[in-house]
Design a binder for this molecule. Sequence first.
Ligand code: ADP
Ligand code: MG
Length: 697
Amino acid sequence: MNLLTPILQIPNSPINEERAGLLGKYFSIVTVEDLLFHLPYKFLDKSNIYPLSQVVNWVGKEAQFLGTITKVQEIGVGTPSKRLVTYFFDDNFSIQLVWFRYPKWLVNSLPLLKKVIVYGQVLEFSGSYSIAHPEISVEKDKREVGLQPVYYTSEKLISRGINQKLFRTAIHKIVFHPEFNLPSFLPEYVLVKLNLPQKLQAFRSLHFPQTLLEREKSLEMLKIEECIIMLGIQHYRKLGRESNSVGHAFSTKTELFNNFIKQSLPFPLTNAQNRVIEEIYQDMSMGKQMNRLLQGDVGSGKTIVAFLCMLIAVGNGTQSCLMAPTEILARQHFASLEKLSHKLPIQINILTGSTKKSDRERIHRMLHSGDLHILVGTHALLEDPVQFRKLGLAVIDEQHRFGVAQRGVLYKKNEIPPHILLMTATPIPRTLAMTYFADLPVSIIDELPAGRKPILTVSRKDKNRPELYAFIRDELRKGRQVYIVYPLIEESEVLTYKNVSQGWTEIQSIFPEYKVEMLHGGMNTDAKNNAMASFKNGNSQILVATTVIEVGVDVPNASIMMIENADKFGLSQLHQLRGRVGRGAEKSFCILMASEKISKDGRKRIQTMCETQDGFKISEVDLQLRGSGDVMGTRQSGSIEFRFLDPAQDSEIVELSGKILQKILDNDPNLQHPDNEPLQRGIKLKYKEAKKWSKIS
Ligand code: ADP
Ligand code: MG
């Protein structure tokens, strides 16, 4: 018997053909492996038996008590009031046992006046205690000890034999079968050193633990195993990529770059910006294709870094593109890049879904001939007719909004694959980055441009509106601009629109002396562009919008971000939105509006925003609240699936696993030592499963 054995072939198990069919249909359990991964969702603690006098300590919890049953009574008529009640007592104390729906035979089959063990959840109603639907066993018959697993199933399935006993027996038959072998992928010496169980033992105690502590230890072993294998895969993938992939070798930063730095740089770069440019340049000069992640909190100045890297590419005789997830963002990048390059001898253009046909064709031609040096755009860049003469660098902004496949298309736009720079403003906690991006080198801009003042963030309620509007008016008088953002209502575009347009009308009546623009996803492209342009060049002072402005929008004169129903937004969204202000030198404010009645998570999000502006701290809290799957998105994890590890919660295990693997590889880089053979086997096996990964992740 092995992991792939069909469940029907488990020796002496209660799984017959019909039940195997049901298990397959309702739980996708087909093989021994599937069954082992059907983990108990709780355990009944049968390790102690308590005297009834202690029942008070167990209200709301399950426990086992020793006593005697007497006086069986049926009370009430008809469901739901009809019930069966008995008294359960010992020398000092008595409680009731109650059944609401029960088979007739139960009435006469309760073991009266014998010592029995009763198990169940203790309930309390005005000072008297009871257990509903208890498990009862005669003391002498059966004295169960240890923890009993409870598996997920349903009443309907139980009536067809898929009950607790079936799961317990079948799984017991597997993990205690003398020929069942489940080799660990972790080398023996690692297990010994960390005092961890073997894998088979770990599975035994996942299902049948003696103590919860033992189960914890087993879980830890399985998590570490999973994590080390995943890190191992990333390690070899990275090595493979480094040794295989030929790329453009940009041998100098070029005159173009140097002249720009000397003559046209609009502000001195921060140390962090200089450092990451150096890192990226080094990477692009090696003759190997670069895949690098550039992380920097909102407002840290990634755009100019991207631009300077693009200049290096252009100076070296290649072309460059910058892809953004939304049209608004693409337009804004285009505007910034145009401004930065207006004195330079290079051609820049923009291509989006709304580019006119004639312009589009001209852009295609110029790209093909090499006369166009930098192309900014949206997904439209991926289309087939977009052919570069020689694409040297592709920058992808807000990379998490694109899928692996889309990036793969860019990768193939040139015979020699272009260098790829992924940019993200969503800070990724270290351990998550280790698990999801370990195969990508990362550059981090960990410093904001000088002169930024902290953004004062406050939480306010409806009753505060009069004073808030007075405050906003003061700021407007000083010449500042204001964003007011409404949540997207996911179920209904109509409702979202209604909220925003109501807000727009209201704000216009409150601030009649100012021009108020509206911006939301349902508007057509021209209307959107006009609204954005009017706000950006200062024609309008207030922008009422949905989260379409969430990413990247850059209007340094805006100093107030007011967010309506702030509790309806995710943390990283709030952080991104707040990042729209505090970009100029003015003191900026973020006002989070929320009603009294908000969820616990909503409260936590708002509190976090008021307490910190550090994107890394915020993303840690976000992870705690949401879990890593949601934060990273399934696209990010490729096909690596964790069954035990949760990178969001298990950061210590990720750190530990990283250290262990590093030590192993330091001594044995190719895992050739016989002691490391299990790990090599595990990595190979899982690598095959994960192979669907595209070349660039
Ligand atoms: P993000 O990293 O969020 O994309 P941007 O590139 O949009 O940030 O930059 C935010 C703002 O800071 C822009 O207005 C930009 O011109 C400005 N900026 C960037 N780098 C510097 C710097 N070194 N000194 C001063 N201002 C800077
Ligand atoms: Mg940006």
